[in-house]
Design a protein around this ligand. Structure first.
Ligand code: F6R
Length: 242
């Protein structure tokens, strides 16, 4: 694990965005694994800006998102399809046929999860997987107690994640309980991964990920086994490290 503690939040976002851009420049046909969430919004802004400044194109890139809610159509404002369109796909020249998310509206979510895994394999696997971390140590929506060898599958969200996600839904609307998520085994197969964490709310999870025992109690700790994992932190997210 390579841990980069940056001088402030903007510097962390900038560092992560440069690492994503480096990969795009080196291999325009890269397969990127992507994430959603509040942490990633400024990261996409910055990545788009840096790539634009350098005149880089996403036209040959392929992407696979980590996860999607089950039961939300792609057009739903809180779906991850919608998030990705708003913060990334609508603003770059990617060929939309190459931008993949699990289909949360599929009639058979378990079959969709299996097919998604097949689509990643057919693309040759993921070159660089972008990851956020939940306060409970989840990566993707692999909640605590997820098997460290799990594959893309249907998963039930924990109460704490449901509460965190509810903030993104209009009052009175309940976030879905079920998701399709890449598994921890799937994530560990990426050729490189980049986890970005910012803010004091992530400090304890970051400490357990980096300095704790590898355990399903903290799914992100599995990244200690990844051969090429880079963790980019701001000082607040790094504040519990020894
Ligand atoms: C989203 C995802 C989640 C988030 C995590 C952090 O695709 O996989 O694991 O990365 O919940 O979310 P934020 O950044 O909103 O704190």
């Amino acid at each position: 694990m390579k841990v980069l503690i940056c001088t402030d939040t903007n510097a962390a976002i900038d560092r992560a965005a440069h690492l994503m851009t480096d990969r795009l420049r080196d291999k325009p046909k890269s397969v990127f694994g992507l994430a959603t969430g509040s942490t990633m919004e400024p990261l996409y802004d910055r990545w788009i800006a840096i790539a634009g400044d350098e005149g880089l194109s996403f036209a040959r890139a392929r992407t696979f998102n980590l996860d999607e809610y089950v039961g939300l159509p792609a057009s739903h404002p809180q779906s991850y399809h919608h998030y990705m369109e708003r913060f990334f796909f609508d603003r770059i020249d990617i060929d939309r046929a190459n931008a993949h998310l699990p289909n949360g509206a599929a009639p058979d979510p378990a079959a969709e999860a299996k097919a998604y895994e097949g689509r990643i394999a057919n693309a040759g696997g993921i070159d660089l997987q972008l990851i956020g971390i939940g306060r409970n140590g989840h990566i993707g929506f692999n909640e605590p107690t997820s098997s460290l060898t799990s594959r893309t599958r249907l998963k039930t969200l924990t109460r704490s994640t449901l509460e965190a996600n509810a903030a993104h839904f209009p009052p009175g609307e309940t976030p879905p309980r079920y998701v399709i998520t890449m598994g921890i085994g799937t994530i560990l197969e990426s050729r490189a991964c980049l986890l970005l964490a910012t803010g004091a709310g992530k400090a304890e999870a970051v400490e357990r990920m980096i300095e704790g025992a590898v355990s399903a109690a903290c799914p992100a700790s599995a990244l200690q086994f990844h051969p090429s994992a880079t963790i980019v932190l701001d000082p607040e997210a790094a504040s519990c490290l020894k």
